[in-house]
Design a protein around this ligand. Structure first.
Ligand SMILES: Cc1ncc(COP(=O)(O)O)c(C=O)c1O
Length: 468
């Protein structure tokens, strides 16, 4: 496919501006460009075709099944986009007088209340822009809490080996050393945790259900161990899709949490767009929340706050979508969405070849397969199978994550997919496993239906060429 610059026809112009009928006012010469602006010169109809072609070349939730585990590319109701597009929301500025944006402030307060109710926390700040950013703010709160008590010996954060990489990174960025503890049957090894916890423990960071899609049956014991050691418990809420309306981290013993508004509450995840990593705390930590907080249509924040973690109040339109999502589904709808996400994941998991399942039992909203034996027997890797799935019209699942599962593929079907879609996906997957045994060589150069087959992913990530 050609770049828009390659479609350019020199001298072609679409502009039809009227002739200037006022004196020309040019900016100061120091602000003027010295050469012509290099813009493509393309007829309007070709521009339209170019962008439509680009859109067709990308696979999104609107094109087909997108079971990208841990990233939750779920279908989001269009009503939320419509609300976020209302001019009363898009045309305001955070520096406007507060008296002119009371509706927006009320929305932020309302969302905070709803998220507190869903998570079981007492106070929430909507400021962080992403999950990792929420983690960073949350760990900063843990640090501020220990510092406020003069407890300087707590220098370690415990993180299970199944954790998302952002967890240890957030702890390390806050100056803590990270203690990794092993998993047993995919969940926290409680004995190892008890050994690791001590009076140097600042806290534990845990995702529940974890990155294997498993709900930790020892969760109350786990938070108790940390509290008995004097540490705080941090909940990575990136997987709240499985629990919302059903169970609450606040009731499991967690003190600080973040929620990924862009995974669970209706903003599309990925692609570098705006996100929301709301950070929530129990009452005894509310004084440390990022400032400012909206209270009774004014801006507040305690002296002991960790301060601002970004400008203003967070990504406001992400908050609008989340609020609309919660209000339009209601308490029962939120719960049903979580339950259906779990049901769909279990249904799909049971349709997959049982020998590829590394953990027995039920999963939550996502599950992991291990293609270790397939690779050993045929040379076909998880990457090969993921790439071949593209040719079947679906987006590949997450690959090689979590790190503790060899040749991992992680599927998250989400709550909006029909049984027929799940049946087709399972069948397509099984056909590829059979093909891997019958004609393994044919699996190494997939996909064949896309403009690009196998880019050099390291160079593409390290040295992206994103303009002509
Ligand atoms: C378990 C878990 N924790 C944290 C994050 C980080 O969230 P973000 O990508 O918004 O920074 C993710 C991302 O998907 C995740 O899956």
């Amino acid at each position: 496919m050609k770049l828009i610059f390659e479609r350019s026809i020199e001298g072609f112009t679409n502009d039809c501006l009227p002739a200037l009928d006022v004196p020309q006012a040019l900016p100061n010469p120091s602000f003027r460009r010295s050469s012509e602006l290099a813009l493509p010169e393309v007829p309007e109809c070709e521009i339209d075709r170019h962008y439509s072609e680009l859109e067709r070349a990308a696979h999104g939730v609107n094109n087909g099944f997108y079971p990208l585990g841990s990233c939750t590319m779920k279908y989001n109701p269009k009503i939320n986009e419509e609300m976020a597009g209302l001019r009363g929301f898009t045309d305001i500025h955070p520096l406007q007088p507060l008296s002119t944006v009371e509706g927006a402030l009320e929305l932020l307060c309302g969302l905070e209340k709803q998220l507190c109710e869903i998570s079981g926390m007492d106070a929430i700040s909507l400021q962080p822009s992403a999950g990792a950013h929420g983690e960073f703010a949350g760990v900063l709160i843990i640090k501020a809490y220990h510092a406020s008590r003069g407890d300087a010996k707590r220098t370690k954060i415990i993180v299970p080996d199944s954790a998302h990489g952002t967890n240890p990174a957030s702890a390390a960025m806050n100056g803590f050393s990270v203690v990794s503890i092993p998993s047993r049957d995919g969940c926290v090894d409680v004995e190892a945790l008890a050994k690791a916890a001590g009076d140097d423990t600042a806290g534990l960071m845990l995702t529940n259900p974890n990155t294997l899609g498993l709900f930790d049956p020892n969760i109350l014991r786990i938070t108790e161990i940390i509290h008995n050691a004097g540490g705080l418990c941090y909940y990575d809420g990136a997987n709240m899709n499985a629990l919302m309306g059903v169970a609450r981290p606040g009731d499991m013993g967690f003190d600080v949490i973040h929620l990924n508004l862009h995974k669970t509450f209706s903003t599309p995840h990925g692609g570098g767009g705006p996100g929301g990593g709301a950070v929530g705390v129990k009452a005894f930590l509310s004084e440390f929340l990022p400032r400012p907080i909206v209270r009774d249509n004014t801006l507040a924040g305690a002296e002991s706050s960790i301060g601002k973690v970004r400008s203003f109040y967070g990504n406001f339109l992400v908050c609008v979508r989340a609020y609309c999502y919660i209000l339009s589904l209601g308490g029962e709808g939120i719960k049903e969405a979580a339950q259906t996400a779990v049901l769909n994941a279990n249904y799909l998991m049971r349709k997959m070849p049982a020998e590829l399942l590394p953990y027995a039992g039920t999963c939550m909203h996502e599950f992991v397969l291990s293609l270790k034996s397939l690779k050993k027997e045929t040379g076909v890797s998880a990457l090969d199978v993921a790439k071949a799935l593209i040719d079947t019209g679906m987006h590949p699942p997450t690959m090689y994550f979590p790190l503790i599962v060899e040749e991992a593929l992680m599927f998250e079907p989400t709550e909006t997919e029909m049984k027929e879609t799940l049946d087709n996906a399972a069948e397509a997957f099984r056909r590829l496993i059979k093909r891997s045994y019958d004609e393994p060589a044919s699996m190494h150069d997939t996909p064949r239906t896309t403009p690009i087959g196998r880019p050099d992913e390291t160079s593409a990530a390290r040295n992206p060429i994103i303009k002509a």
